[in-house]
Ligand binder design. Structure first.
Ligand SMILES: [Zn+2]
Length: 443
């Protein structure tokens, strides 16, 4: 007598990304109520379980869904509008456009396209720092996608949501207090933009609020030398040094970028259990530099991967970030720096760990949430397949993702999105997107 499950993904090689890096050849994953019930051999699991939905993954690779640990999803609205500029030039333009363009409606439309792009790219969860997070959350919920977001603090004169800085603490407290009974595999988050857009006392009160509610605190830090110099001139300390001196680093803190770090700052991150979201594509494109990831890993810091927003990295392609992470650190002459497996883990198990959700997400193991993807391996660029980590990090492309499952629900099957009207989402965004580039110039 077979046991009922909601979903059985069977026949493909299952790369579990558990601690041992177990690969189950011709394996299967059984899912009930959004939770992985069992991972094992396909023959065995087919005999044991009767599934409402069966996905034949024969000839494919099944792996945990990818985690985007730092992004600004709604920036799809501005994709391609601020290329080949410095971080500071980028911020100056983007902040102006955001003040003009953003509303819950534009954010919702832009996030819908971002979710479609992400599901297609095998990304099953993201940490999203942006204005009007409620609109993003609504869209993600409708699509069945895993979004971690919450109130953002940034002390700028024309905040796009029209909320003065003074009102934000009470608003954020209400938001966190209302998050009872949240979906499994989601946790509350507070976003403090950075040490150059918030004063030390503001950072301190935001961190205290995050700690009061057990929320993850996410900040940009040490993205480039100019940022570090700005903070140093104002407060006499470099950004990570400042956060450490204020007692704001810790295991519930995730820093985006962490490019410009001293050895002492790396040691502080390790000592406090602070994690880093590495965004190699954004860092390269904005000319920020290359984060000292081999040194961070050597010190024992948890390193996740992020794409950053679609203006600074132009796509939300986490697999592309895996490849970049596995390549860019070799530029100094050491081809052993950040190997294929390490890079792929940053986008899965380590990404989940950095979000404080390592026990719920990031690997395919019984008891964890069923966030998984099926990668088709039939195309020439993936053959022959000698090493599965190598295939993932150096050869696979996000377009190879065939099926995407979040919380046991199939959001993309055979490359068709099942919970999102992609055409309508694109049409809505096109209708809202700023005027097209004039021939011979930028808008
Ligand atoms: Zn960012």
């Amino acid at each position: 007598m077979s046991e009922r499950v909601d979903l059985l993904v069977h026949g493909g090689d299952v790369l579990t990304v558990d601690d041992a890096g177990t690969l189950v050849r011709e394996g299967a994953v059984a899912v009930r109520d959004g939770t992985i019930v069992e991972v094992g051999g396909a023959g065995e699991l087919r005999a044991r379980y009767a599934a409402d939905t069966a996905v034949d993954a024969g000839g494919c690779l099944v792996l945990p869904g990818l985690v985007n640990a730092h992004t600004h999803l709604a920036m799809t609205l501005l994709r391609g509008r601020a290329d080949d500029v410095t971080l500071q030039g980028f911020l100056e333009r983007v902040l102006r456009w955001e003040a003009e363009l953003l509303s819950p409606g534009t954010v919702g439309a832009a996030v819908r396209v971002a979710v479609a792009e992400s599901v297609r790219a095998g990304v099953t969860s993201a940490l999203d720092m942006y204005w009007f997070h409620e609109a993003a959350e609504r869209v993600a919920r409708e699509a069945g996608w895993r979004l971690l977001t919450g109130p953002t603090f940034m002390d700028v004169p024309d905040s796009p949501d029209g909320r003065a800085y003074g009102e934000r603490m009470a608003w954020a407290r209400r938001d966190l207090a209302g998050r009872t009974g949240a979906r499994e595999g989601i946790r509350p988050v507070l976003f403090a933009h950075s040490a150059y857009t918030l004063a030390p006392e503001q950072l301190t009160e935001i961190a205290a609020l995050a700690r009061e509610f057990g929320a993850l605190l996410h900040l940009h830090a040490a993205e480039n030398a100019t940022e570090v110099a700005t903070v140093e001139v104002r407060y006499g300390k470099r950004p990570v040094e400042l956060l450490d001196s204020l007692g704001l680093l810790g295991p519930d803190v995730l820093l985006a970028h962490a490019v410009d770090l001293t050895g002492r700052e790396i040691a502080a991150l390790a000592r406090t259990g602070t994690s880093v979201a590495h965004c190699p594509v954004s860092n390269l494109k904005l000319g920020c530099g290359i984060a000292p990831v081999p040194r961070l890993l050597g010190a024992g810091v948890t390193v996740a991967l992020g794409t950053d927003g679609a203006v600074s990295s132009n796509t939300l392609d986490v697999l592309g970030a895996v490849r970049q992470a596995a390549l860019v650190h070799k530029a100094d002459g050491d081809p052993t720096a950040v190997g294929a497996e390490q890079a792929a883990r940053m986008a899965t198990a380590e990404g989940a760990r950095a979000l404080g959700l390592g026990d719920r997400l990031g690997s395919l193991e019984a008891g964890k949430r069923a966030d998984l993807i099926v990668l088709e391996l039939g195309r020439p660029h993936l053959r022959p397949r000698h090493d599965v980590w190598s295939t993932l990090a150096y050869a696979a492309q996000s377009a190879d993702v065939r099926d995407t499952v979040v919380d046991g629900r199939v959001l993309m099957r055979n490359r068709v999105l099942t919970t999102l009207d992609e055409e309508a989402a694109l049409a809505d965004l096109e209708a809202l997107a700023p005027s097209p580039v004039q021939p011979g110039g930028r808008p």
